[in-house]
Write a protein that binds this ligand. Structure first.
Ligand code: GRF
Length: 210
């Protein structure tokens, strides 16, 4: 099976990018990250990529204030690199319909809650964990899903729950959820690269590997 070419889109710290790079290096993922694209010029994720010899490209609002122009630039770069899979790993920008259509079922996102709870517009970063704590739910978790035209609405690939303990803070909860993100995201990427993810309507079927 040919190695899948991956683009990882980031905006900040890049711990999920790190988890993917580690799983490529230990041979679990049959893929290669061709490029790390950041919406923020000083994202630590760009440095992490460079340390592993991966090219980093900044495509941000100051250079491309218009969302469609920004997405067109993205499409250009992804096309030039022959990308098979786009991974949104803490990417804080919206992809437009054009790119979603072009890469249908080939864009994966990680969200730090159990979708469809605590997701959608306005639910990102620490806000998700704050909303979880304010609501008082006993379980939260992480979700990896394909990206469609909505916000956090695409077919779900993997989910795992995390218990919310009395006394948890945004910091302790985000740390627990992040640990699960680092398990789920590389696993989903691994299965994509093995051609094991089949989308049937809203459902993602995980087929057996060889
Ligand atoms: C993660 O919590 C992810 O779920 C969210 O943004 C955070 C990114 O963390 N979308 P990192 O940049 O991968 O460390």
């Amino acid at each position: 099976m040919p190695i899948k070419k991956i683009a990882v889109l980031v905006s900040g710290r890049g711990s999920n990018l790190q988890a993917i790079m580690d799983n490529i290096e230990n041979g679990r993922i049959n893929g290669k990250i061709e490029v790390v694209i950041s919406s923020s010029r000083d994202a630590y994720a760009l440095e992490r990529g460079e340390k592993h010899g991966i090219e980093g490209i900044y495509i941000g609002k100051d250079r491309f204030p218009n969302i469609d122009k920004r997405n067109n630039r993205l499409i250009e770069v992804l096309g030039e690199k022959g990308i098979d899979l786009i991974v949104l790993a803490g990417y804080m920008n919206i992809l437009n319909e054009k790119i979603v259509k072009l890469y249908r079922n080939r864009i994966i996102n990680i969200h730090p809650s159990l979708i469809p709870s605590f997701c959608g517009k306005g639910f990102y970063g620490e806000r998700v964990h704050k909303a979880v704590l304010d609501y008082g739910v006993k379980l939260t978790g992480a979700t990896v899903h394909f990206v469609d035209e909505g916000t956090d609405t695409g077919p779900i690939i993997l989910q795992k729950a995390v218990e919310v303990d009395f006394g948890d803070t945004v910091q302790t909860l985000s740390k627990k959820v992040l640990k699960v993100e680092h398990e789920l995201l590389p696993l989903a990427v691994q299965m994509f690269c093995q051609d094991r993810l089949e989308v049937q309507g809203r459902k993602v079927i995980i087929v057996d590997g060889d």
